[in-house]
Structure formats: C-alpha cells, structure tokens
Design a protein around this ligand. Sequence first.
Ligand SMILES: Cc1cc2nc3c(=O)[nH]c(=O)nc-3n(C[C@H](O)[C@H](O)[C@H](O)COP(=O)(O)OP(=O)(O)OC[C@H]3O[C@@H](n4cnc5c(N)ncnc54)[C@H](O)[C@@H]3O)c2cc1C
Length: 408
Amino acid sequence: MDRLSTKVCIVGGGPAGMMAGLLMARAGLDVTVLEKHADFLRDFRGDTIHPSTLDVMEELGLRRAFLALPHRKVATLTAYVGADKFGIADFRHLPTKNRFIAMMPQWDFLDFLAGVGRRYPGFHLLMETEGTDLIETGGRVTGLRARTPEGDVTIAADLVIAADGRHSRIREQGGFEREEFGAPMDVLWFRLGRRPSDTDATGGRFGRGSILVTLDRGDYWQCAYVVPKGGDAALRAQGLEAFRAAVANLAPFLGDRVGELGDWDAVKLLTVRVDRLKRWHRPGLLCLGDAAHAMSPIGGVGVNLAVQDAVAAANLLSAPLLEGRLTEDDLARVQARRMPPTRMTQRLQRLVQDRVIARVLDGSGAPLSPPLALRLLGRVPWLQRLPARLVGLGFRPEHVAVPHAAAP
Ligand SMILES: Cc1cc2nc3c(=O)[nH]c(=O)nc-3n(C[C@H](O)[C@H](O)[C@H](O)COP(=O)(O)OP(=O)(O)OC[C@H]3O[C@@H](n4cnc5c(N)ncnc54)[C@H](O)[C@@H]3O)c2cc1C
C-alpha cells in the first residue's frame, strides 16, 4: 500500500476533520481522513458540544443516538466573585431545540462521528497515519506523503484539507501567513472528584490575581486554573501545597479534596494562543478549524467553530468536487464565509481577555469588585440570553445544506 488515490484527503481526525470527512462522504465523495494517533483518547481537549453542533447533529438525523452517549447538560453559566454569585449565560431560551451545552469527552464525539462515517462507502479513516509532506505539481497541491506503521504512503487527491490543529504541520508547509494576537494567560487543567452533595454550578470563580473555572462533569469537576502568560513555572516553583491552597481559596467547597492532586503530573498546561491565517487556501489546499484559527478558551468555542468550518466546507465544496470542477475560488468562498464569524468571535474573546482576565490576573489593583457588566447580568436575568446566544450559537451558525447522496 504505497500509493493511494482519493478525492479529498483530510489531515487530522479532530472535530473539523472528522465532521468534514463524514459530510463529504455522505454527499457521495471518496474521502480519506488521516489521524496520526492510534485512537482519539486524549484528556483535557475541548469537551463542550454547543447547541450549534447539536443542531448539526439533529439535521443529520443523529441527535437522539448522539445524546444517548453519556454526557452532562449545562444550561446556565455562573460567575463567583468572592462570596457573590452572578448568572452570566442562560441557554434555556435559545431559538433552538438544543438549549444546553453537552459536556462529553471529545473521544466519544469523535468515535461517534467515525462510526457514522464508516456507514458510507466513500469514507476511509486511516489511524496511525501521519501526513508529512505536501506534493505539488505545477504550483498546485495534488496530494501528500504520509507515514504509517507499515511504511510511507503517497496519497493523490483533488483537495487536501489541513485539519491538523493549532500546531499544523501541513499549514506550515503550505507557507501560510499567520496573524498572532497574543493572550495574557495560560491555563492549567486538572480534575477533582464531584460529590452528590455539591451544589455549585459550572462557571468561573474570580479572586485577586487568580481565576478558576469549574465544569460539572458528573462524577468529577474539570477545573481550569488561569495563570498569567508564562506563569506556570513560577506557580510550580511555589509547590503543590500552595497550589492546592490557592484552589481551595477560590472554591472553598473543593477544600476537602484538593489532596487528590497527588503530583504535578495531574496538572496539564494549555498554552493559550489566539491566531488566524490571513489566507486559508492555496490551489488544492484548504485549512480548517484550529489550523486556520486557534481560539482563546473563553467561551469554549474551539470545537464548535471547527465543526462549523467543516459544515461550511462540505456545503460549498461537495458539488464542485463531485463534478470535477473545483477551483481556488471555491476554496476562497469557504474562507469568505467563515472568516467573519472567526474574526468577530476572536475580537470578543480578546476584549474579555484584556478587560477582565488581564485585570484580575494583575492582582495588584483595588480590591476585586464585580464589573458593571457582571452586576447587570446578575440583576437583569433576561440579559443572560445574549452571552448564551454568542457562546451557544455563535455569529453565523451553519446548517447542513449538502445533499445526502450516499445511502448509509
Ligand atoms: C487542553 C485544552 C482544552 C480545551 N478546551 C476546550 C473546550 O472546553 N471547548 C472547546 O470548544 N475547545 C476547547 N479546546 C480547543 C479545542 O480542543 C479545539 O479548538 C478543537 O479541538 C479544534 O479542532 P480541530 O479539528 O481543528 O483540531 P484538533 O482537535 O487539534 O485536531 C487535530 C487532529 O489532527 C491530528 N494530527 C495533527 N497533526 C497530524 C498529522 N500531521 N497527520 C495526521 N494527523 C494529525 C491530531 O492528532 C488531532 O487529532 C481545548 C484545547 C485544549 C488543548
């Protein structure tokens, strides 16, 4: 198996790649998705399935089967500032049937998409296969080389999609120019047990110089401790006991179990970056998801933007690919459709980063008091529908418009 040929070769079996692969195979295309790992099991990835993605699952007739998988529903988000508690987002009034975030391990989501994809004859998922080098002919990308446990393989394709995440190798090879926006923080992820008696809600806790986000995952709390950019080493130098105390200080109800953090291996660093490509395409090559735009963790929108990119790409590219008339203008249409919501989402994230996160992390100013916006949201619950809409549905929710050509 040293040579393969396919219509679309997708590098990366994350949310963008798997959804694009499934939709294109469903439209009748021959699609090969390459995933370098042997499985999807990686902890602390984006585990939030937002209403916009649930709507896509519904449009595919998959909602019921998908929500039969174990998940936790989050219908509201809360902020805690000292002893005060404020509602900040209420998903229960969204103009959709899916009025909640489904917290589900990303590997379950990806396994589910893989299972559905395999029902279509044109869907091929090659695990343990790493895209390594683009192949170009006459200035056009015409395929790529990949590494497999059995040896190297050459894959010819009408279109290569780089969906290989925020450190995309394929994007680098494509020579794309990236705009970097910076972020004032990094995030440390860990988990602590959840007790049936816990009454606290999913949300953020703001203290002087520190922030802790706690996500209710049923039998555990998924926790994100936000540190100033590059502050991970200094925090670790203070020792685990100091870290445990800082967590308990922000979330006193966790004080009886911070001892579960036995060593630093249990704490994983996410280096936050916010960037996007100026141009997402070249002849024969298109970048989607994190490869085109790494999002800030604010709002937990990364998975969902990746899925929306995939839906837009399948909607706009399936017909030209099926009819053998794909041009770079078609790829440009995908960018033209997805760039505005990406730009607007990042602008909002950067606003929150600069106006809220950076100020809280600075920690040197006046005693921490809830900002006016937070107090307003708390006092006028109706206003909580706006953040819910921005987070849950985003600026331009995509809908599946590609015909269902291949019967499962
Ligand atoms: C710790 C952490 C927490 C996060 N929390 C959230 C959250 O709560 N909510 C949220 O929405 N988002 C979150 N995100 C972001 C979210 O995970 C991403 O935005 C989203 O997964 C992007 O999807 P993607 O398909 O574009 O890329 P990825 O999910 O990065 O998928 C890329 C895939 O490509 C594979 N790959 C890479 N290179 C190659 C190659 N050369 N050949 C073959 N395969 C390759 C990788 O193994 C991976 O499976 C988090 C990210 C991290 C790191």
